[in-house]
Design a protein around this ligand. Structure first.
Ligand code: PBG
Length: 327
């Protein structure tokens, strides 16, 4: 047959397929979310997230050593405090769980790049991401607290802060607070397009951060919306964000693509707890091949336009890259 175009020509060998690959990924762009918990001697598995654990500071070496070995040297730290109150005061306590975890990691794992999640929901007794006025989260009051939290993280040694609260104006306010304190070189990774998502379910169990009443729809975004995500991203960039994030990832690949096409700064995607839990559960039931689905999902997020991937599978993905299965 006289066929001029034969796309299959470029698929005839593994070596050729790898040569013409369009999406290249590397371990350098992986970030592992890590849960540090108050207490001692704790390494406890999170029931909703098989294979993921909470670690007390004295046991953090368990996971840090594994990360080092896998070549994953970026972490996104979450803290789970022993005490919660209406103002989330443990979140900005100099000796809070995050602050101690950051100091420990900076001291014993100097090559690790430490990013902290800046939010209040793990620290407030009501589980909302800010300061309440009745049942409404008071935006402007919350900003003052978020700044205090961010500054305390950076003073403890965090390299980068990642506000995940979705309050209006928080990036500008945080940038100004950091600059005034002399931290003008500390970047802000903004959870810019963060949707009110049921995919966070397992995380809330992990962090004990489910809201005590209501939901997060008055601050996180409605998943019917696309333009609103672009607006949020634009505002965060104008306010000084260094990296913008889309979250969750898999159900929002269209948003990742559009943000990447429109803007020139790095785009991060957070493949959240529910995405991880779905793959785990389906694999456990024997319905899918865990490793293959993990790889395909991760690559799809990069292909959509993400430069950085935050994922609970970071170590396993790094292993697959080492073996040449993806990359
Ligand atoms: C805190 C925060 C959440 C996640 C990251 N930061 C939970 C939420 O907004 O309810 C979710 C992460 C995940 O599901 O893996 N605001």
């Amino acid at each position: 047959m006289n066929l001029l175009n034969r796309p299959r020509r470029l698929r005839t060998s593994d070596s050729l397929r790898k040569m013409v690959r369009e999406t290249r990924i590397s371990k350098e762009s992986l970030i592992y979310p890590l849960f540090a918990v108050d207490g001692e001697g704790i390494v406890e598995e999170i029931p909703s997230m098989e294979g993921q654990y909470r670690y007390s500071v004295d046991r953090l070496s368990v996971i840090m050593d594994r990360l080092m070995e896998a070549g994953v040297e970026k972490i996104l730290l979450f803290g789970i405090p022993a005490h919660k109150d209406g103002y989330g005061s443990q979140a900005y306590d100099e000796n809070g769980i995050i602050q101690r975890a950051v100091r420990y990691i900076r001291e014993y794992y100097p090559s690790v790049y430490v990013i902290t999640d800046v939010c209040m929901c793990e620290y407030t007794s009501h589980g909302h991401c800010g300061i309440l006025d009745g049942e409404y989260v008071d935006n402007d009051k919350t900003l003052e607290y978020l700044n205090r939290i961010a500054l305390s993280h950076v003073r403890a040694g965090a390299h980068m802060v990642a506000p995940s609260d979705m309050m209006d104006g928080r990036i500008g306010a945080m940038r100004q607070a950091l600059d005034e304190a002399g931290f003008e070189t500390v970047p802000v990774m903004a959870y810019s397009a963060k949707y009110a998502s049921a995919f966070y379910g397992p995380f809330r169990e992990a962090a004990g951060s489910a809201p005590a009443f209501g939901d997060r729809k008055s601050y996180q975004m409605d998943y019917h919306n696309r333009k609103e995500a672009l607006k949020e991203v634009k505002l965060d960039i104008e306010e000084g964000a260094d990296i913008v994030m889309v979250k969750p990832a898999l159900s929002y690949l269209d948003i990742i693509r559009e943000v990447a096409d429109r803007h020139d700064l790095p785009v991060a995607a957070y493949s959240v707890s529910g995405e991880y839990a779905m793959i785990k559960a389906a694999a456990k039931a024997g319905h899918i091949d865990e490793e293959k689905v993990m790889c395909e999902s991760a690559v799809s997020i990069y292909r959509a336009g993400a430069d950085i991937l935050i994922t609970y599978y970071a170590m396993e993905l790094a292993g697959c890259m080492d073996q040449g299965k993806i990359g």
